[in-house]
Design a protein around this ligand. Sequence first.
Ligand code: PAF
Length: 310
Amino acid sequence: MTSHWILGPGAIGRLLAHSLSPLAAVTLIGRRALAEQQWLTTPEGERRVQRLNALTVDQMASADLPAPGFVHITTKAMAAEVALESISKITPPTTPLVLWQNGFLAQPCITESWPGPVLCATTTEGAYLSGGDGVVHAGRGHTLIGDLRDQHRSVSEALAETLSKAGFTATAVDDIRQRLWQKLAVNAAINPLVALHGVRNGELRGARYSGRVESVINQVAMILQAEGIQPPNAGQGEDAWRALVWQVVDNTANNKASMLQDVEASRPTERGAILGPLIESAQRHGLPCEVLQALDQEIAALEASYLSAR
Ligand code: PAF
């Protein structure tokens, strides 16, 4: 039986642990101890309890577990490398990793440094934590899996098959880099603005914010073209990005985006993984990015105001 270590007991980590536990040996790893009894609320509103095998990083060092089949890293983007480092001594270097982060920061760095296969997963599954012992699976989505160098197709297919048995809709793809940048583009147009202004996604349609959304889309479209990222839905240039962003705004009108949730909980945001790669790319290609830089600085100042008070 393939075993799965899941490093990072956030919402996606716990959803994965609940889903895979009936089929495989699962260990959920965090910095702090977790209640063994964990609740899952399904999208249909059913509540299920399950005993998850949860260990701290320190306990892992002496647990003497058999080598895992997969290590899933489900931390926030900026914590992924440190999390991997915390278990690297007990993880054989040939182990396939699965990176579930937003943005495009952890994925190229870990692909470069880890000797074994590094898969990237991007998902539209909706989940959030409720208390210390619960996760709510708010909406079903689609998970795409692949590796940046497209060298591990069979590993991605095996994982997609396992995840499908576990109730996810999962597909192995050969263009995960495109998919990650496409998601990043949408995130860049929505997340920073709603986080700065404390509004739900749908409010971006209003006259107060829509002009700034359009300015972000304009810069992002130029950067992605320079990066060789195809516009979504077989569309053309900036218009295709504009249509996608506004479609996501409408579809998620009532959502509190992840960056707004981070700000409200006084956590560091993923600005470095979302705006960072766009700004870096713009500078490399000699493209304008002052709108993105201004957003990044505003989010940095907001973060500093609450992180320094902790
Ligand atoms: O980060 C998020 O919350 C989501 O990716 C998105 C698309 C902005 C919707 O809320």
